[in-house]
Design a protein around this ligand. Structure first.
Ligand code: SF4
Length: 241
């Protein structure tokens, strides 16, 4: 990315200096499952549309009683990056798209700072597809009911890396109650495909706590460096180089 443009993006997310830090080497990954066979483009589109229709009208948990619509996600049908947040908010519930409004704009700026564009090379979704009333935290049974949709999304997308934004998303995806600070700065693995997963702050939190934007920027660079290792490096002795 051109230096001047990158500076503009960093300023947009409230960071005015480039601080270089190498990504720690990822921990040993579990053996990934064999990748599923490639299906024709038409079949992929049909599977996405079927999933979207299912989520739109899903009644698997009581959240369907209070939401406007189920919100599957937005982005290309297949891409390397998957960003996962907590759940739709009021605006997302109304518009049917995740991460709109001020938090969405900040997320877009964060992604642009590492060369990603939500319309081209990143898919954005939430753990929960329906809005909890009053934006309360998701209940475990709601997450359990909804998580299979995310698993199906991952099977369709086949991302090379996941970015969990916020404590709720990270804890539910990783099955832990560890604080966000302990989950940042290392590589986790999600699901049967052992997709590498990096944790950072939720943009809505960063809007309330701008002092942590620099830490979020460190996380983004960590994720970007990891992605470069995953796509350009070799895998030896269970460690990615
Ligand atoms: S949160 Fe998930 S499981 Fe619950 S109604 Fe919405 S789409 Fe269905």
């Amino acid at each position: 990315m051109h230096g001047e443009r990158r500076r503009e993006y960093l300023e947009a997310i409230g960071i005015d200096l480039w601080v270089s830090r190498a990504a720690p080497a990822p921990e040993a990954a579990p053996e990934p499952a064999a990748p599923p066979r490639a299906e024709p483009v038409g079949e992929l589109s049909e599977r996405w549309e079927a999933l979207r229709a299912e989520v739109l009208h899903c009644t698997r948990c009581p959240l369907h009683l209070t939401r406007t619509q189920g919100v599957l996600g937005v982005g290309p049908k297949r891409c390397d990056w998957l960003v996962i947040g907590e759940a739709p908010g009021a605006e997302e519930d109304r518009r049917g798209e995740p991460f709109v409004g001020a938090a969405g704009q900040l997320l877009d700026a964060m992604l642009r700072a590492i060369g990603l564009d939500r319309t081209r090379n990143v898919y954005i979704a939430n753990v929960l597809k329906s809005r909890p009333p009053g934006n309360r935290d998701p209940k475990p049974e709601e997450v359990a009911a909804c998580l299979p949709y995310l698993v199906r999304q991952i099977a369709l997308l086949r991302p090379k890396i996941m970015l969990a934004v916020g404590r709720i998303a990270a804890q539910n995806l990783l099955g832990t109650d560890a604080p966000l600070g302990r989950l940042r700065g290392r590589v986790h693995y999600f699901g049967e495909l052992n997709t590498p997963l990096v944790v950072t702050y939720h943009p809505a939190y960063l809007l309330r706590t701008p002092g942590d934007k620099r830490k979020a920027w460190e996380d983004l660079k960590f994720a970007r460096n990891l992605y470069q290792q995953l796509t350009q490096g070799a895998v030896t002795d269970g460690h990615r180089t």
